[in-house]
Design a protein around this ligand. Structure first.
Ligand code: GLC
Ligand code: CA
Length: 510
């Protein structure tokens, strides 16, 4: 287990929207290098960079055309190496995004595999025996290539699934077992990609759709086996490298598959959305001031998973990512401050999505860009300062428009505002670094009563009390100590914490 993870706080950078250094309207790698001090200033010591590989951008770069080459619009491979070096000088780690489940249909492997002529790449993707064969239980593209067969897609139609084999074989004419040499070669090809970038200085990977490799593998037994193989490679060759999975099932991702971290997301109905996004635009979220949230639902789902996985890895809370509406679409400013107090004081390794520290808004009405669809509104350019494109780019044609509203938050105006979300985020991250008890593997004792909000938790010597409600609340406690941090108004006296509406109190117990 790489030690650095225990005190890691990640910043997710969506490269096309972060900072445009050469005025062509698209964010780029040199732009990220220029802004590393900003990232450092937030207290983040690690970055997750969304895909920067060559791609036709039908899915924002999750449709990879060349795993070994940085997309021209972002710069060159040398620029990326310079980013690794510049980041390392500032003690910042960088995880790249690894997309192992599929490629773009323009990838050279696919260009060869879809030909009628057989080759050593014929089994790199999943083709049926003939075009007349299209079992409805699979998502297939039918009759569109020279080869007499249909192929399976993993996400959008332009993303054919790579072939890691089938765990249960239901159509032996075309399904290969996982131990077929060609399927094993697919995994080796992905490992080669990992080695290439790790050798160049990357610190690991965020793994896209990590559970999607082997088909007909409901319990993810064979998929987990592949990842354990990858983990063995890392342990032996790159022991400081880290992997975080987009799996959203920590038992499987951490315990079975050997990931160091797994995102806590709202796939598979786990507890994440209960906290921040449940119901029609957040009306059933725990942090909604209306008090209709299902805290128990969250706690009963999260705590057992946390207890089962905490010795082997970290569950990662995130403020948001590039796939979901920003939390500003669900909760008011005060609630978002509490959300940040929560995310940065819980166990695991937290992730901050670019712009969430400003309370950037979800831009609901944008036309889809590069396969974003409803996600486009969370992918708009970073808002740096007053002026053209809010400092993102000097171009007249930025890749996406910035927030046009008069009161759009920017780094410049939020830094000066003592009442900002930015202030809470940076304060909480600083406290997390300061107290060992707030690090990733510090203890957690969660305190709540059945259907009741407020709630509290202890992390070693620190106690956190939350009142998300729009009315006063009290929590009885036998702890006492010094106030470390407050959001809103709260006091502790005579065995009671008195919390004003939408407030938070952190104490250091004695
Ligand atoms: C993941 C990514 C998402 C992408 C999809 C297909 O969910 O986060 O952005 O579209 O996988 O690669
Ligand atoms: Ca640019």
């Amino acid at each position: 287990m790489p030690k650095w993870l225990n005190d890691a706080v990640f910043y997710e950078i969506y490269p096309q929207s972060f900072y445009d250094s050469n005025g062509d309207g698209i964010g780029d790698i040199n732009g990220i290098i220029e802004k590393l001090d900003y990232v450092k200033g937030l207290g983040c010591n690690a970055i997750w960079l969304n895909p920067v590989y060559d791609s036709p951008f039908m899915d924002a770069g999750y449709d990879v055309r060349d795993y070994y080459k940085v997309a021209e619009r972002y710069g060159t491979n040398d620029d990326l190496v310079r980013l690794f070096e510049a980041a390392h000088k500032k003690d910042i780690k960088i995880l790249l995004d690894l997309v192992p489940g599929h490629t773009s249909d323009t990838h050279p492997w696919f260009q060869v595999a879809k030909r009628a002529k057989e080759s050593e790449l014929s089994n790199r993707y999943i083709f049926t025996k003939t075009v007349w064969d299209a079992p409805p239980e699979y998502r297939m593209m039918c009759g569109i290539c020279e080869r007499n067969g249909n192929y399976m897609v993993n996400y959008f139609s332009s993303q054919p699934a790579l072939n890691y084999g089938f765990y249960e074989i239901t159509h032996p004419e075309w399904q290969l077992p996982c131990d077929h040499p060609d399927c094993l070669r697919t995994a080796e090809a992905i490992k080669a990609v990992m080695r290439f970038w790790l050798d160049k200085g990357a610190d690991g990977f965020r793994v896209d759709m990590a559970d999607s490799l082997v088909k007909n593998d409901d319990e993810k037994i064979a998929t987990a086996k592949i990842w354990r193989g990858v983990r063995e490679m890392l342990d032996a060759e790159y022991p400081e490298a880290a992997m975080v999975s987009e799996w959203c099932n920590p038992d499987r991702a951490i315990t079975n598959a050997g990931f160091h971290m797994d995102f806590y997301l709202d796939h598979y109905g786990n507890g994440y959305s209960r906290l921040f996004r449940f119901g029609e635009w957040g009306d059933l979220a725990v942090f909604n001031k209306n008090g209709m949230g299902d805290l128990k639902g969250f706690a009963e789902e999260y705590l057992p998973a946390y207890n089962r996985t905490k010795d082997n890895g970290y569950i990662s809370f995130m403020t948001n990512n590039h796939d979901m509406p920003r939390v500003t679409a669900y909760l008011d400013k005060q609630a978002i401050k509490l959300v940040n107090a929560f995310i940065f004081t819980m166990p695991g390794v937290p992730f901050l999505y670019y712009g969430d520290e400003l309370g950037m808004r979800y831009q609901a009405d944008l036309i889809s860009k590069e396969g974003g669809f409803s996600r486009t509104g969370s992918r708009t350019p970073m808002q740096w300062c007053e002026g053209k494109n809010l400092g993102f780019s000097t171009s007249d044609f930025p890749y996406l428009p910035v927030d046009m509203s008069d009161d759009a938050p920017t780094v410049e105006n939020q830094k000066e505002d003592p009442d900002s979300i930015y202030r809470v985020v940076t304060d909480m991250i600083a406290l997390r670094h300061k107290y060992d008890d707030l690090h990733g593997n510090g203890e957690l004792e969660f305190i709540y009563k059945d259907d009741e909000i407020p709630f509290a938790y202890r992390r070693g010597s620190l106690m956190m009390f939350f009142n998300p409600l729009d009315k006063e609340a009290e929590i009885e406690t036998d702890s006492d100590g010094d106030v470390v941090y407050k959001i809103g108004d709260a006091i502790i006296e005579e065995g009671k914490v008195k919390l004003q509406p939408q407030s938070f109190l952190m104490i250091h117990t004695i």
